[in-house]
Design a protein around this ligand. Sequence first.
Ligand code: BG6
Length: 518
Amino acid sequence: MEKQKRPGSAAFVIFGAAGDLAWRKLIPALYNLYLDSWMPDQFLVLGVDRSDMSDSKFRDHLRKGVDQFSRRGKSESKEWSAFAENLFYLKADLRKDETYNDLSKRLSSQDKKWDTHANRIFYLAVPPSMIESITEGLAKAKLHKDRERARVVVEKPFGHDLESAKKLNQHLTSEFKESQLFRIDHYLGKETVQNILAFRFGNSMFEPIWNRQHIDHVQITVAERVGVGHRGGYYEQAGALRDMIQNHLLQILCLIAMEAPVTFDANEVRNKKVDVLHAIRPIFPEQVHHMAARGQYGGGWIEGEHVPAYRSEPDVAEGSDTETYASVKFYVDNWRWQGVPFYLRTGKRMPVKTSEVVIQFRPVPHQTFPAAALLDWRPNRLLIAIQPEEGILLRFGVKHPGPSIHLSPVMMQFYYREAFKAKPPEAYETLLLDVMWGDATLFMRADQSEAAWSVIAPVLEVWGSVKSTDFPNYPAGSWGPEEADILIAQDGNTWVVPTLLQCREDIAVCSVTTELES
Ligand code: BG6
């Protein structure tokens, strides 16, 4: 596949086009690809939904989304108009066969106009309950037949548990070939997440120490400042474990823990990731209480503003037992990682929005220096900052200037924005371009999503059957419940406080703060 050139002609059909995802993410991403000259010469976006809208109303609505959410800010009239000429809207009932027959006619006549066989990308930006009827409709209208060109993009949540994910996979693979299916986990499109692969497998320096001999433990944090907002209805059925750990955090764990792929080929990379999921030590129900901690936010203060408790958010039950915070300790039982804990945590209403990975190295086997020299000594640490700041930092000890020996920790830093002077593309830009190219490397394969469900199944089961007695157990604006601190403290470790991300304006001061506080 030639990834230096623009992809071939493409027809995007977005089911659920009047919804939030198209508005906030998909159209801003396609528009940015267009501005960066990555869109094919011939393309169209056909939005399909139930509401009544003309093409021009659809375009105006989408422009407002672009103005608000595009990484470039407000759109320019000339460029927007040229892009918007390719946007169309179709009011349709997604449960009726005729919708798919109409679609088929429309796409065929477009192919004739273009004098080509364009790639057809069917994007399911719809609730999970709609997936089956849409894919059946596509299959009945034979829109799935061209195995090379017809592609289906499925958004998360991909199932609700292992059983439902298996059923969904069976359904999808009964009509489509696995190579036609693109299960999105938008974290995999993030530049820094992809950079984990480049960093690990494009450099020889770290590989020899990337193992249990040298690494003490790994922490993966995805913290959000926002609460559940208007998504209470969905979130009540999900919770932090399903919403974040099953997909985004486990994907990051796989990238950190996987063996080197032989080639950068979709199946090879995904095989190596699945190997990691299969190696994760099963958690037995009786171990859940000391391998996992859950929390739910109460009211609190964030940046001087009072924010409500989860139970007071719209569409949330008064006595809700849904967790808005989850942390889990995993072990990867293989030669490389035996005995190294991987601590994962995620939560809403944390003090800052930040995603980062901390690789903490073991102390030296024997201390040469006297205790007085080591008062400020800290273990070596590699920090991979995923967002909002994107970079890699390495902490090591040096001799503090002066007549006596005194070791001080310092940071070596790489920041994307400094090194490349450009804002990296949004995750959806990368992923949509990959779908147009037909490259599934950054998408979840059926077995991978099922393996991730198996990994968290016991925790889901125990949390589902034993009600929490102390919710809400962390105030909004804090770093989560005490149980999570105990979880990591049992091993003599502490969560790394991501202070550096709060002071992006002054990196020098920032890294010093990080040093002193953690
Ligand atoms: C989504 C979750 O997958 O990821 C949301 O459903 C969460 O609950 C979001 O807010 C976080 O994504 P990001 O890119 O803002 O870290």
